[in-house]
Ligand binder design. Structure first.
Ligand SMILES: C[S@@+](CC[C@H](N)C(=O)[O-])C[C@H]1O[C@@H](n2cnc3c(N)ncnc32)[C@H](O)[C@@H]1O
Length: 265
């Protein structure tokens, strides 16, 4: 998965908002002491390592990005923690885990329903799945405003008009709940939250680069031409747009709509 290979080296430093939402998801899951855990879309493994602190069982992180898996393995592989290159749609475990954890990755899945079927099969009876992901088309108003500002530049706007988002967002808690129920889960907790933090323009840019960038700068997401220099011009435009969004104290209110779901097999 090339789009994530490119951001793997800096992901641990830039994934500020994923880390805080991921910590909250760990709390919500109330992990049993010896649970075996599958971390789907584990990235560089920061949260996989946190999960390993909560159990005496085995923790497996999977991710389709070879670079993410390499960085995670180098930092966190040990007797109880391992990382495998595998995508959510290709999970082939059967009743091997007590917990399936999936933080800030679900929105990227090409086939969320297939993932949920796979996750259910991978769980032991009574096992739990916990997912946190950005939700709603206006998942982060500051990002959307920055894209709009950036697209006012005619050169960027022309290319950007061919952009087809790779993300999967639902608009309501009920839609998320139904998806899980259709896969045979009993939903225990389901809420879309507004999670806010004050960030400098540079931090907002780093957060943008830790996730959204991988979609906005994937040539496969564009119908039309992809001229040389587009990536640099686009990133420069986003950076400047964040500078302009800062308030008198130099800060941006970075708000994400986030779905948190915990469900039981
Ligand atoms: C923003 S990172 C989140 C990483 C980590 N879970 C965290 O919260 O820090 C999103 C991850 O989802 C992975 N991903 C994208 N598509 C995926 C798929 N179809 N199956 C599993 N993981 C996928 C990416 O490779 C990337 O590492």
């Amino acid at each position: 998965m090339e789009r994530f290979d490119q951001i793997a080296s800096r992901y641990r430093q830039t994934s500020l908002v994923q880390a805080s939402a991921g910590a909250k998801l760990i709390e919500l899951l109330d992990i049993p002491q010896s649970a075996d855990i599958l971390d789907v879309g584990c990235g560089t493994g920061n949260l996989t390592a946190e999960l390993a602190k909560r159990t005496t069982g085995e923790v497996t992180g999977i991710d389709p990005s070879g670079e993410m898996v390499r960085v995670a393995s180098e930092a966190f592989s040990n007797q109880r923690t391992s990382f495998v290159k595998m995508d959510a749609e290709g999970i082939a475990f059967r009743e091997e885990f007590d917990i399936v954890y999936c933080n800030s990755a679900f929105q990227w899945f090409r086939n969320p329903a297939r993932f949920l079927d796979n996750a259910r099969t991978a769980l032991r009876p009574g096992g739990r799945i916990g997912i946190q992901a950005p939700a709603r088309h206006d998942y982060c108003p500051a990002f959307i405003a920055a894209i709009e500002t950036c697209s006012e530049n005619p050169e960027i706007g022309k290319v950007f008009s061919g952009f087809r988002p790779p993300w999967f967002f639902l608009e309501t808690e009920n839609e998320y709940r139904s998806l899980f129920e259709q896969a045979g889960f009993r939903v225990l907790f389901c809420t879309i939250e507004e999670s806010r933090s004050l960030r400098t323009p540079q931090q907002a840019f780093d957060v943008f680069c830790s996730g959204a960038r991988a979609g906005y700068l994937d040539p496969a997401c564009y119908n039309g031409e992809w001229p040389e220099g587009f990536e640099a011009a686009f990133l420069d435009g986003i950076h400047q747009a964040f500078e302009r969004q800062a308030d008198n104290d130099g800060m941006i209110d970075l708000m994400f709509h986030r779905i948190f779901i915990v469900a039981e097999r």
